[in-house]
Every structure is written in C-alpha cells, then in structure tokens.
Design a protein around this ligand. Structure first.
Ligand code: SF4
Length: 370
C-alpha cells in the first residue's frame, strides 16, 4: 500500500508516512521493517538525552509497531500473519516482539496501510479505527475493563461491521501486567514479551480495521505461478500437508514427548507419562469442532474447540496450541485436555500469554514442592 500510519497519543495527532524504496528492499516487512523503525527511533531518543538502559517500558516514549509484509493480503499462502514490536519489553527489559496469526494483518492492508506506529500516551482510554484509508481516534471508557471477546463484539456492533479486524487488550493489558498480550480476531495473540502491557500503558484499548483496498501486484502472472508452486510444496510436505492440518500444532505433543523434550513438572523432566491425554490426537478425537485457518492459509493448523461436559464445559473456543498445552498442561502436570482448553480460554479473554502464565504457575508449584 506504500503507506504507514503514525499515531501520537499524547497529542492525538495522526499522520501518514512511507519508507524509501531502498529501506523497503533491505528490510522487506514484518519484523525486519519494524526493527529498522525502532533502530531509527532509538537513535532519536538518544539524541534527546534519553538513556535506553534506564528507559521505562511503560513511559510515553516507548513505541509500538504493527507491521505487515509485502505479500500480506495477497494470494500468497499463509500471508495473514503480522508482527508487533515495542522498543522495550516490560517483561524482559529487551526489545518487545510478538508474531500473530489471524486475519487482522490482511484487514489492515484492506484498510489501506502496511503498518501502524503508536507513540505517546493518551490522557484517557481511546481506541483507533482505520476504515478505507481514514484513521480516527475515539474515546473508549465504555469498553475499558471489558474482556477481549466482548470488546471485539462491541466494536464490530458499534460500526455495524461484523467482519472488521479487531486487535485489542483485555484487563491484563489495561492493568499493565507484564505477561499481557495483544489479542486479535478473539483468539489470536501477539503473545510474547508483554506487548499488551505497553498498549495498556498508552491507554489504547483497540485498533479496528476494515476496507476494500488491495495491494498491487507488479507481475500477476508470475506471482500467481509462484503461489501455485508454493501451495503445492506445502500440500506435499508431511508436516504442512498432513500433521498440522489433522492435529494442529498439538501434533508435536506426542512427537516431542517421545524424544524426551516435553516440558513436564516445570521442566524437571522431559517425559510426561500421561502426555497422550493432552495430545493432538486426543484434541482431534474428543474436543475438535473444526479447523480454523488464518487468512489465506492452506495449512489450517488453527482449531475451533469445545468441552462437552464436566467442570471445564465450554461450547466454543479456539486452540489450544502446542505451547499452551505444554505450559498449562505438561509443565503444571495437569493432564486434562478440558482443563487446558478452559485455562487457555481464560488467557484469551483476559489477554494473557498462556506460555508465561503456565510457566509462572509451574515455577510456583516447584518452589512450593521444594
Ligand atoms: S492457520 Fe496455522 S499454518 Fe496457517 S497461517 Fe495460521 S498459524 Fe500459520
């Protein structure tokens, strides 16, 4: 789209910018272009006398970058993902970085932008809309405090856009919990390094995107031929053509457990005798509603799932991914897929990273044990 949006929440100013062709060819998109932006931004902060080592990740000077790549929203397979970065993570003290599936990245392109940079801190809760090239900030006190699923629904209803892409934080991000994520499409997350806390510190509840624009393809014939070639390769491959579509990323549970590397009891061992109960095979046999691909994906490792009965009963949720299973299941020795599904759902609605949540609980369990 050759257009990026910059939002300064301190001044409530919105402006468009682009990168030079040289920069785009060097850094391409996603994490590459986001890091390039952060590098330049860090230099500017240093010139202003701000010491990056002591820099507070929750200060208005921290910046969030939402980045897509040049093939996002094209027919290129698996091109619905996007990347989010922050200059500093509240969890690690280093650079913040999270990659997410879903459809939001493609919808940002349809709304007319390749990426969004968020700087400053708003005086009170706000959300951002980007509809067909037009960006606007809105007051968000009505949805501050809502969980991520209710927030997504409220925003779609508010604009009569049931298919709009919504990236948002839940209560964890609002309370700047360092393991907070940025959710999108209800159950997908830029999950690592506490990016949700950075968004919460800026008083930004959500970014809603929709539009009818499309990226131009320089040579559609050649591009389509490459797309067909890559789709074929993905379908022929045992992992992307069979393992992931059939069992989701949970296909890894039994495989990794057999290799002795499945995080069990806070990694005190790599073999879980009851791993089968929280495996991809069990998920598929007893809890699966259907596959759920990200935008443009031919692999479809995403899962729509349910728990039919018992204390963890839930008629609809998504996931869990392999990482959520080992963290909330194996590492805490809870070999009950229903419990893992429900715990993962809670992480989604409150906007927390299930890997860090599970690992934190597992560490507390081992400390208590010893
Ligand atoms: S459904 Fe799975 S394989 Fe497809 S883009 Fe999403 S995360 Fe990747």
């Amino acid at each position: 789209m050759n257009k990026w949006l910059k939002v300064n929440l301190s001044s409530m100013e919105l402006s468009d910018f682009t990168f030079s062709e040289e920069v785009l060819r060097k850094f391409i998109g996603g994490k590459g272009i986001a890091v390039h932006f952060l590098w330049k931004y860090a230099k500017k902060l240093e010139e202003k006398g701000i010491n990056l080592k002591n820099f507070d990740s929750l200060s208005p000077d921290n910046v969030l970058v939402f980045a897509t790549g040049p093939v996002t929203a094209t027919k290129s397979p698996n091109s619905g993902r996007h990347h989010v970065m922050a200059l500093k993570s509240p969890l690690t003290g280093s650079i913040g970085s999270g990659n997410t599936g879903g459809r939001w990245g493609a919808k940002l392109k349809f709304a007319g932008y390749d990426g969004i940079v968020i700087a400053g801190t708003a005086k009170g809760p706000v959300y951002l809309t980007v509809f067909d090239g037009k960006a606007e900030l809105h007051e968000a006190s009505e949805i501050w405090g809502m969980n991520s699923i209710d927030t997504t629904k409220w925003l779609r209803d508010q604009f009569g856009k049931p298919r709009a892409g919504v990236s948002c934080i839940g209560p964890a991000g609002e309370n700047v919990v360092p393991l907070a994520v940025i959710m999108n499409e209800e159950h997908r997350a830029a999950g690592r390094t506490g990016l949700g806390a950075v968004m919460g510190s800026k008083n930004l509840k959500a970014i809603v995107v929709e539009g009818d624009q499309k990226p131009n393809i320089a040579n559609p014939e050649e591009f389509n031929a490459k797309v067909r070639e890559h789709v074929e390769k993905l379908k022929e491959n045992g992992v992307t053509g069979e393992g992931l579509p059939t069992y989701g990323t949970a296909v890894l549970v039994n495989i990794i457990n057999q290799k002795g590397m499945f995080p069990t009891n806070n990694w005190q061992t790599g073999v879980d005798e009851e791993a089968e109960k929280i495996s991809g095979e069990t998920l598929t046999d007893d809890y699966l509603i259907s596959k759920h691909p990200c935008w443009g994906c031919v692999v479809a490792c995403g899962r729509k799932s349910k728990v039919d009965s018992g204390p963890y009963k839930i008629s609809y949720t998504e996931g869990p991914e392999y990482e959520a299973i080992w963290a909330l299941g194996g590492s805490t020795a809870i070999n009950d897929m229903g419990a893992v599904i429900r715990a993962n759902h809670y992480c989604d609605i409150y906007g927390m990273d299930p890997i860090t949540v599970g690992s934190t609980i597992a560490a507390a369990m081992e400390l208590k044990e010893k």
